[in-house]
Design a binder for this molecule. Structure first.
Ligand SMILES: [Zn+2]
Length: 417
């Protein structure tokens, strides 16, 4: 089995294979095997409680109750709405955190009822991240059912604000207290379906709203005054030809454009929202500068064209998202333990890069990975989102193996990092 090198002490990596053979873990696995139908029912119930961005409270209450019923200690909802519960360890060393996100991308009022066919569940957010939430809760219950004891505590954290404008606010808040960061030895996020991906690289993003205003006027009578939509058009044209590098992979998209009120009025304002992403913070800084230059040049062009009118545009660039990039090295013990936990269960894996709650601990230098919660799914972030629970058990068992192996890893965070 691949083992991490470099950051480990005397080859003392978490020993996943021996965890698999433990009687307590065997009991926990038996509980998982016997609970799959019940988990699917709870998964449906949880997904039908809407959890729009900045409106996760009802779902959080239900997750709090489920974690309490699972037998965790001190299950609380923090200031921003994260649900946090702990399964005590034999010591009070720093904890292994298992996490999933509460929020969906769907606005309040979206019909979240789940339609069930023979093998699929259809519903907005059913896979992202209803599947991860129920897997996290199942791990908590299986640990209790198997009476699995670990040296380190295991903390369960259901976060708010992972998606879009949430900008990882729940996870950010959890780690903002130096006390929590110091109390975390490793972080695992269960996000979405599947078992193949082991996300150890954090895809960074910066998001901006560009807002341009002018005096407005009549399209005929005031012709010649500055036009904010024309300027936004120039910004988009400039952005769309940005020479992105293939490596480190970088992307951009203008995702929202708005402005104007009438076809025969010169608009008084216009705006666009831009998403910039890269696996490299250096490239992110470079493309952000390009956007800022593109805005300045576009506004200058429009002002020059309208110079005779004596009108000028005003512009504001407002940051609306900032997710740090970074990586847990592929050689880190948490990555090799995740690979090994997959292999002993017969799961094929690929290492990948994505934007998830793990971006925050990774940016703080803490070992973190994001894994799928098992089963399969598709149509993510659309109203046709679906989830197939076949193979759900593998995602739950792998998460359990990994947290137990890490929680019993030898002393010193270097054995996990
Ligand atoms: Zn997600």
């Amino acid at each position: 089995m691949p083992r991490a090198t470099g950051s480990m002490v005397d080859g003392a990596a978490p020993d996943v294979a021996s965890v698999l053979g433990r009687p307590d873990v065997t009991r926990a696995f038996a509980w998982i095997d016997g609970s799959l139908d019940a988990l699917t029912s709870e998964h449906i119930e949880l997904s039908e409680i809407e959890a729009p961005p900045f409106g996760e409270a009802l779902r959080a209450e239900r997750v709090r109750d489920l974690l309490r019923n699972a037998g965790l200690d001190d299950v609380t909802v923090d200031e921003v709405g994260n649900v946090i519960g702990t399964r005590a360890g034999q010591t009070s060393e720093s904890a292994i955190v298992l996490s999933a996100h509460l929020d969906t991308v769907f606005p309040a009022g979206t019909d979240c009822r789940v339609q069930r066919t023979d093998d699929r569940l259809y519903g907005p957010g059913i896979a992202d991240d209803g599947c991860g939430l129920i897997a996290m809760i199942a791990v908590a219950r299986a640990l209790v059912a198997g009476d699995v004891q670990t040296r380190r505590p295991i903390r369960f954290v259901a976060t708010v604000g992972e998606e879009g404008d949430g900008d990882l606010r729940g996870c950010r808040h959890y780690f903002a207290s130096p006390q929590s960061s110091a109390r975390v030895a490793a972080f695992i996020s269960l996000d979405g379906p599947g078992t193949e991906r082991i996300t150890h690289r954090a895809l960074g993003s910066r998001r901006f709203e560009v807002h341009i205003t002018g005096p407005g006027g009549h399209s005929w009578g005031d012709f010649g005054v500055v036009n904010p939509i024309h300027a936004i058009g120039r910004v988009i044209a400039r952005m769309s030809t940005y020479p992105v590098p293939l490596e480190p992979r970088t992307s951009f998209s203008v995702g929202v454009v708005s402005g104007g009120t009438s076809v025969n009025a010169i608009p008084a304002d216009a705006s666009c929202r831009v998403d910039l992403r890269s696996v490299s913070d250096v490239e992110l800084a470079r493309i952000e500068q390009y956007l800022r230059d593109a805005v300045a040049e576009s506004v200058a062009d429009e002002n020059r064209i309208a110079a005779a009118s004596g009108t000028v545009l005003e512009v504001a660039i407002r940051p609306i998202g900032d997710r740090p990039s970074g990586e847990t090295p592929a050689t880190a013990a948490i990555v090799s333990a995740a690979v090994e936990a997959s292999q002993v269960l017969g799961i094929r894996t690929v290492l990948d890069c994505a934007s998830t709650d793990s971006n925050i601990p990774i940016s703080l230098g803490l070992p973190a990975v994001t894994l799928g919660g098992g089963g399969s799914g598709g149509g993510t972030h659309t109203l046709e989102e679906w989830y197939d629970p076949a193979g759900r058990d593998l995602g739950i068992k792998r998460a359990l193996l990994l947290v137990v192996a890490l929680a019993d890893a030898p002393d010193g965070s270097s054995s996990i990092a």
